[in-house]
Design a binder for this molecule. Sequence first.
Ligand code: SF4
Ligand code: F3S
Length: 106
Amino acid sequence: TFVVTDNCVKCKYTDCVEVCPVDCFYEGPNFLVIHPDECIDCALCEPECPAEAIFSEDEVPAGQEQYIELNAELADVWPNISEKKESLPDAEEWDGVPDKLQHLER
Ligand code: SF4
Ligand code: F3S
Protein backbone atom coordinates (compact mmCIF):
# COMPACT_ATOMS: atom_id res chain seq x y z
CA THR A 1 0.00 0.00 0.00
CA PHE A 2 1.01 3.64 -0.38
CA VAL A 3 1.10 6.10 2.50
CA VAL A 4 0.68 9.87 2.79
CA THR A 5 3.38 11.32 5.05
CA ASP A 6 4.46 14.46 6.90
CA ASN A 7 4.90 16.93 4.07
CA CYS A 8 1.22 16.77 3.09
CA VAL A 9 0.22 18.36 6.41
CA LYS A 10 -0.87 22.00 5.90
CA CYS A 11 -0.31 21.71 2.12
CA LYS A 12 -2.98 19.25 0.90
CA TYR A 13 -2.41 19.90 -2.79
CA THR A 14 -4.87 17.08 -3.73
CA ASP A 15 -3.27 16.34 -7.13
CA CYS A 16 -3.00 12.77 -5.86
CA VAL A 17 -6.74 12.12 -5.76
CA GLU A 18 -7.22 12.86 -9.44
CA VAL A 19 -5.15 9.92 -10.60
CA CYS A 20 -6.21 7.25 -8.13
CA PRO A 21 -8.16 4.58 -10.06
CA VAL A 22 -9.90 3.26 -6.95
CA ASP A 23 -10.64 6.57 -5.17
CA CYS A 24 -9.05 5.49 -1.91
CA PHE A 25 -8.07 8.92 -0.54
CA TYR A 26 -9.78 10.30 2.56
CA GLU A 27 -9.76 13.93 3.65
CA GLY A 28 -9.19 15.65 6.96
CA PRO A 29 -8.97 19.38 7.68
CA ASN A 30 -5.32 19.74 6.61
CA PHE A 31 -4.13 16.29 5.51
CA LEU A 32 -5.15 13.38 3.31
CA VAL A 33 -4.71 9.68 3.92
CA ILE A 34 -4.82 6.52 1.80
CA HIS A 35 -6.98 3.59 2.88
CA PRO A 36 -4.56 0.66 3.12
CA ASP A 37 -7.22 -1.96 2.37
CA GLU A 38 -8.37 -0.17 -0.79
CA CYS A 39 -5.06 0.93 -2.35
CA ILE A 40 -4.10 -1.40 -5.21
CA ASP A 41 -0.44 -0.32 -5.28
CA CYS A 42 -0.62 1.18 -8.75
CA ALA A 43 1.90 3.91 -7.76
CA LEU A 44 0.22 6.53 -9.97
CA CYS A 45 -0.24 9.01 -7.13
CA GLU A 46 3.37 9.06 -5.95
CA PRO A 47 4.82 11.26 -8.72
CA GLU A 48 1.76 13.54 -8.78
CA CYS A 49 2.27 14.99 -5.30
CA PRO A 50 4.02 18.39 -5.55
CA ALA A 51 5.12 18.00 -1.93
CA GLU A 52 6.55 14.51 -2.54
CA ALA A 53 4.62 13.29 0.47
CA ILE A 54 3.52 9.88 -0.88
CA PHE A 55 5.63 6.77 -0.42
CA SER A 56 5.26 3.06 -0.74
CA GLU A 57 4.75 1.58 2.72
CA ASP A 58 8.20 0.01 2.69
CA GLU A 59 9.90 3.24 1.58
CA VAL A 60 8.46 5.62 4.16
CA PRO A 61 11.32 7.91 5.31
CA ALA A 62 12.96 7.13 8.64
CA GLY A 63 11.16 8.81 11.50
CA GLN A 64 7.83 8.90 9.66
CA GLU A 65 6.79 5.30 10.28
CA GLN A 66 3.92 6.44 12.49
CA TYR A 67 2.18 7.72 9.36
CA ILE A 68 1.55 4.13 8.26
CA GLU A 69 -0.72 3.59 11.25
CA LEU A 70 -2.18 7.09 10.95
CA ASN A 71 -3.29 6.49 7.35
CA ALA A 72 -5.09 3.31 8.40
CA GLU A 73 -6.70 4.93 11.43
CA LEU A 74 -7.89 8.15 9.81
CA ALA A 75 -9.07 6.53 6.54
CA ASP A 76 -11.72 4.80 8.62
CA VAL A 77 -13.16 8.02 9.99
CA TRP A 78 -12.57 10.74 7.38
CA PRO A 79 -14.78 11.25 4.27
CA ASN A 80 -13.69 10.12 0.82
CA ILE A 81 -12.26 12.66 -1.63
CA SER A 82 -12.11 11.93 -5.34
CA GLU A 83 -11.75 15.32 -6.99
CA LYS A 84 -8.95 17.84 -6.87
CA LYS A 85 -9.64 21.08 -5.02
CA GLU A 86 -7.69 24.21 -4.07
CA SER A 87 -4.64 23.52 -1.94
CA LEU A 88 -4.55 25.08 1.52
CA PRO A 89 -3.85 28.84 1.36
CA ASP A 90 -0.35 28.64 2.91
CA ALA A 91 0.65 25.45 1.13
CA GLU A 92 3.77 26.91 -0.45
CA GLU A 93 5.04 28.29 2.84
CA TRP A 94 4.56 24.96 4.59
CA ASP A 95 5.96 22.80 1.80
CA GLY A 96 9.24 21.40 3.13
CA VAL A 97 8.82 22.44 6.75
CA PRO A 98 9.89 19.39 8.84
CA ASP A 99 7.91 17.64 11.59
CA LYS A 100 4.41 18.85 10.81
CA LEU A 101 2.69 16.05 12.72
CA GLN A 102 2.09 18.48 15.60
CA HIS A 103 -0.04 20.58 13.22
CA LEU A 104 -2.22 17.73 11.97
CA GLU A 105 -5.88 18.48 12.65
CA ARG A 106 -8.40 15.70 13.08
FE1 SF4 B 1 -4.53 5.14 -5.39
FE2 SF4 B 1 -2.66 3.87 -6.77
FE3 SF4 B 1 -1.97 5.76 -5.06
FE4 SF4 B 1 -2.90 3.45 -4.14
S1 SF4 B 1 -0.99 3.76 -5.26
S2 SF4 B 1 -3.50 5.48 -3.45
S3 SF4 B 1 -4.40 2.92 -5.71
S4 SF4 B 1 -3.17 6.05 -6.94
FE1 F3S C 1 -1.13 15.76 0.13
FE2 F3S C 1 0.43 15.59 -1.94
FE3 F3S C 1 -1.98 14.68 -2.11
S1 F3S C 1 0.32 17.29 -0.54
S2 F3S C 1 -3.11 16.02 -0.78
S3 F3S C 1 -0.42 13.90 -0.78
S4 F3S C 1 -0.91 15.78 -3.67
